[in-house]
Design a protein around this ligand. Structure first.
Ligand code: XMP
Length: 513
């Protein structure tokens, strides 16, 4: 079945993918295309509506970007955002000018007043915060249009010609800071374009599979599988699309949680792919011998990881494509400049330049985490894989304070497993975003039976967070903590004390190292 489609014409703004995300959130399929699309290409695409993105330019400049002539006469509803809104004004008889004239430049959160009789704002509050980022403004609105919003500084913030279904907003409804932004996009899609909401993750999966097939053809694809949600879903997508043309290299550094390596392997058994599991535990452990400093651990693990991958890459030889499970927040993140490095987070995302390949394919780069999980479900990955909590690249190495040994790893694996098992009995409606055990480097005195013990203390950590930049500790019910503590000291040898971490981030961090 052919889905209804929204066409997002990109004029060089930074939020094109975010607009796409919002449209899909409203269950309508969309594609982002360059503004240079011709009228016949647009007609062939056959969208139920068009969205113009923002852009860095000024519409009145000679070499600025403009849509194909005749686009406003197609009878297709259009929503212009920021620069896109100014395009409407510029082309339809209004005027746009530098906002300095009026001191009307606006950047950031802006109190905005809406005319809720305009369909775009139908059912919403008549005032709220919108996110602005413009140096130009609409001085005169085009003929036939009515003013639909204004702000304190700027008289013309939104315009509409409801008969022709043309709408423009100076602010960015797609960013989270705009209150009710998604509802405005929803109104455009459903009340203006007549969307029925026929797009689902299953459709998206088929769409991705088709795209991968047509791109890869008979070529070969290499993927570094970490066992995390993103790389696993990416691998499953390629496995479904191209089967044996896919080779996955899964470096098991011996620092994974209990049974994790086997679970990853098992999850991919149903596909006919080449899965190379490299059991490199001993090698990592010997390189980490005597190392206690967290950053040094990270550095060694990162380097060794690349080395193992490099060796496997050489054995495989030439490959056509490298697949990566980059997701949308990674794309946004990489655009950011971070202030100080608190921890050098090592991710298996760097480009292995020793692998001979012609292109990287990142099929998840438009998806947010919840969408990636849903896609994984559609592909038939087990629930424990798609719902996996974040796990750091250096694994248990940064959850054992001090030197890492095989014995300590064994203790931590068991304690961590018990904690996770107990938590998972109660997690369905909790907000515990990351929970794990840590082996402290503290030994203390205890008593077991009639004898004195001098054994390790295990710490439990669980946090609630949106973005892992800040976090609060989880208020786990006492009876659950009690059960976990009893089980750990009873079932795991050489542990005689269990502690629960009740510090938030900041001042602590999520991980202990
Ligand atoms: P922190 O400890 O910095 O953790 O508060 C925030 C999030 O990042 C994860 N983390 C890492 N992830 N390599 C990773 O891939 C690392 O070295 C690393 N250190 C921390 C941590 O698990 C949490 O989700």
């Amino acid at each position: 079945m052919q889905n209804q489609k929204i066409l997002i014409l990109n004029f060089g703004g930074q939020y094109d993918q975010l607009i796409a995300r919002r449209v899909r959130e409203c269950k309508v399929y969309c594609e982002v295309r360059p503004y240079t699309m011709t009228i016949s290409e647009i007609q062939e695409f056959n969208p139920i509506g068009i969205i113009f993105t923002g852009g860095p330019d000024s519409v009145y400049k000679e070499d600025s970007y403009h849509p194909a002539e005749g686009i406003f006469e197609l009878g297709i509803p259009i929503l212009g955002i920021c620069y896109g809104c100014q395009l409407l004004a510029h082309h339809l008889g209004g005027s746009v000018t530098a906002a300095e004239d009026l001191n009307a430049r606006e950047y950031g959160k802006t109190l905005t007043f809406y005319d809720t009789s305009c369909l775009l704002f139908d059912g919403l509050k008549s005032e709220g915060i919108s996110w602005m980022s413009h140096g130009d403004y609409m001085k005169k609105i085009p003929k036939g249009f009515k003013l639909a919003a204004h702000s304190q500084k700027c008289p013309n913030v939104a315009i509409c010609d409801e008969k022709k279904k043309l709408y423009g907003v100076q602010f960015h409804p797609e960013v989270n800071h705009t209150e009710n932004g998604t509802s405005m996009i929803y109104n455009f899609l459903y009340k203006i374009c007549g969307a029925v909401g026929d797009w689902t993750m299953e459709d998206y999966m088929h769409h991705c599979i088709e795209e991968i097939r047509s791109k890869v053809g008979t070529g070969k694809v290499l993927l570094a599988l970490s066992g995390g949600v993103d790389s696993s879903v990416c691998a499953a997508l390629f496995a479904e699309a191209i089967g044996s043309q896919l080779t996955c290299v899964f470096v098991d550094h011996g620092l994974l949680r209990k049974d994790e390596g086997d679970e990853v392997e098992a999850a991919f058994q149903k596909w006919n792919i080449n899965l190379i599991r490299v059991n490199a535990g001993e090698r990592f452990l010997s390189r980490l011998s005597g190392i206690t400093e967290p950053e040094e651990k990270r550095k060694i693990i990162g380097e060794e990881f690349i080395r193992v991958f490099e060796e496997e890459g050489k054995k495989i030889g030439k490959t056509d494509y490298l697949a990566q499970g980059t997701i949308y927040p990674d794309v946004i993140e990489s655009g950011k400049e971070n202030a100080e490095t608190i921890k050098s987070h090592h991710n298996v995302g760097g480009l292995p330049d020793f692998v001979d390949f012609k292109e990287i394919i990142e099929p998840l780069r438009l998806l947010f985490k919840d969408e990636v999980r849903e896609l994984g479900r559609q592909l038939g990955l087990p629930e424990y894989m798609v719902m996996r909590q974040p796990f750091p690249g250096p694994g248990l190495a940064i959850r054992i304070i001090g030197e890492i040994t095989e014995e300590k790893l064994a203790i931590l694996r068991e304690a961590d497993y018990i904690f996770r098992e107990e938590v998972e009995k109660i997690t369905s409606d909790t907000k515990m975003n990351q929970y794990f055990a840590v082996l402290t480097n503290m030994k203390s005195v205890g008593v077991m039976g009639d004898g004195r013990t001098y054994d390790w203390a295990v710490a439990l950590r669980s946090v609630e967070t949106e973005d892992f930049m800040t976090a609060d500790w989880s208020r786990i019910p006492y009876d659950v903590l009690d059960r976990v503590s009893r089980r750990i000291v009873n079932e795991v040898s050489h542990v005689n004390r269990v502690l629960y971490d009740i510090t938030s981030k900041p001042p602590s961090t999520v991980e202990f190292e």
